[in-house]
Design a protein around this ligand. Structure first.
Ligand code: NAD
Length: 321
C-alpha cells in the first residue's frame, strides 16, 4: 500500500473526533464511510459536519459547490460490514474503553481486508493496550492521535506498537502529509502520547497558580490565551527562545542554568489536584463573557464557530489550507 493509493477511508465512531476526521478526509477528495452503532450519533455527526463546513464556507475555504461535493463524498452507515468492506485506510474513533477498542479491532480483523492500515485516535491508551496477542495483523495498527477539531489542527501524533511495522508508519506519515497535516513520529509508546502530557503539564501549573492564590481563574485563562499560547502557534517554543534573545539560544542557555533553575523549584509536583477549579457551567459562561467578543460569547456553538474561524485564519496564514 502506498499513501497515494489511499482513496477510500472508513471512520469508525462518528462522535466529535470521527466527524472531524470525516471532514478532513472528504475535504481532501477521499471517499468516506462514517460508521456508528447509533442512528442519533450519525444524525449528530451530519449536523456537526454541516455546521463546521458552513464555517469553512464563511471563511472562503469552501464554495457552495465544493461544500456539496464534500458532503456527497461522505456515506453514513450503521452497517459494520459496509463500513469495513473495502477501505484502504481506517481511522478508529470509538470511546476510550478497553472493551470497545478491542471489540473494534476484532471486527476489523474479521471484516476488513488484511492489508488495510488502521490509525487509532485514542488519547490515553497505547496501541499495545488495544492490539492484543491474539490479533493476527498487528503490523497495520498505529496510533494516529489528532487534536480537536481534527480537520483544523494540523498535528497528528503517530505512535507504533510492538507489532507495528516501520512501513505502516511511513505510509501513514506520507498519507497525513498528503492531507497537509503535520504528522509527528513518537519514538516510544506512552500513555497520553506527548501532546496530552504537555497539555496536562500546563493545566497542572494553571490550577496550581490559582490554588496558591497567585492568579485568579479568569486571568489565568487570559494569560495562557494571550501570552504563551498566543505565540506558541507562530514558530514553536525553541525558535521563540532563539528569536527572543540577542545571542539566540546560547544566551538563553546561560540564563537557563542560573535563573531557570529557580523556576524549577516553583513548579507543581502534586499528582492529585489539591485545589480543584470549579467546573460549573456558570463559571464557563462568565469566562466566555470576559474573554470573547459578545457575538462569540452567546453560546457554546457561537464559541465553537469563533474558535474554528480563528483556526482557519491560522491555517491560511501557515498555508496549510
Ligand atoms: N474529544 C477529544 O478532544 C479527543 C481528541 C483526540 C483524541 N480523542 C480520542 O478519539 C476517540 C473518540 O473520542 P470522541 O471525543 O470522538 O468520543 P465521542 O464520545 O464524541 O464519540 C464516540 C462515538 O463512538 C460511538 N461508538 C460507541 N461504541 C462504538 C462501536 N462499538 N463502534 C462504533 N462506534 C461506536 C459512539 O456512539 C459515539 O458516537 C477516543 O479514543 C478519544 O480518546 C478525543
Amino acid at each position: 500500500m502506498r499513501a497515494e493509493d489511499i482513496k477510500n477511508v472508513s471512520v469508525i465512531g462518528s462522535g466529535m473526533i470521527g466527524s472531524g476526521w470525516a471532514i478532513c478526509f472528504a475535504m481532501n477528495g477521499l471517499n468516506v464511510i462514517l460508521y456508528d452503532i447509533k442512528q442519533e450519533a450519525l444524525d449528530w455527526a451530519k449536523k456537526h459536519i454541516e455546521d463546521s463546513c458552513q464555517t469553512l464556507e464563511d471563511c472562503g475555504v469552501l464554495t457552495p459547490e465544493t461544500k456539496q461535493a464534500l458532503f456527497d463524498r461522505i456515506t453514513y452507515t450503521l452497517d459494520i460490514k459496509e463500513a469495513l468492506d473495502h477501505p484502504d485506510y481506517i481511522q478508529e474513533c470509538v470511546p476510550e474503553s478497553f472493551e470497545i477498542k478491542r471489540g473494534t479491532v476484532a471486527k476489523i480483523e474479521e471484516l476488513a481486508p488484511p492489508t488495510t492500515l488502521v490509525g487509532s485516535s485514542r488519547s490515553r491508551m497505547r496501541i499495545s493496550d488495544m492490539v492484543t496477542d491474539e490479533v493476527v495483523h498487528k503490523e497495520r495498527y498505529i496510533i494516529a492521535h489528532p487534536f480537536n477539531p481534527p480537520h483544523l489542527v494540523p498535528a497528528v501524533e503517530l505512535s507504533k506498537g510492538p507489532g507495528t511495522t516501520q512501513e505502516t508508519e511511513d505510509v501513514v506519515y506520507a498519507f497525513f502529509k498528503r492531507l497537509k497535516k503535520e504528522p509527528v513520529r513518537l519514538k516510544k509508546e506512552s500513555i497520553g502520547h506527548a501532546g496530552n502530557l504537555l497539555q496536562a503539564a500546563l493545566g497542572r501549573e494553571l490550577r496550581d497558580l490559582i490554588g496558591r492564590g497567585i492568579i485568579d481563574f479568569e486571568d489565568a485563562n487570559r494569560l495562557l490565551n494571550y501570552g504563551p499560547g498566543f505565540r506558541y502557534s507562530t514558530i514553536g517554543t525553541t525558535l521563540l527562545s532563539d528569536a527572543g534573545s540577542a545571542a539566540g539560544v546560547k544566551g538563553l542557555r546561560k540564563m537557563g542554568n542560573t535563573s531557570g533553575l529557580r523556576l524549577m523549584d516553583e513548579l507543581a509536583t502534586w499528582t492529585v489536584n489539591p485545589n480543584p477549579v470549579p467546573a460549573e457551567s456558570a463559571v464557563v459562561e462568565d469566562l466566555r463573557k470576559a474573554l470573547l467578543p459578545p457575538e462569540a460569547a452567546e453560546s457554546r456553538e457561537a464559541t465553537r464557530i469563533y474558535r474554528d474561524t480563528l483556526l482557519i485564519h491560522q491555517l491560511q496564514d501557515h498555508k496549510l489550507i
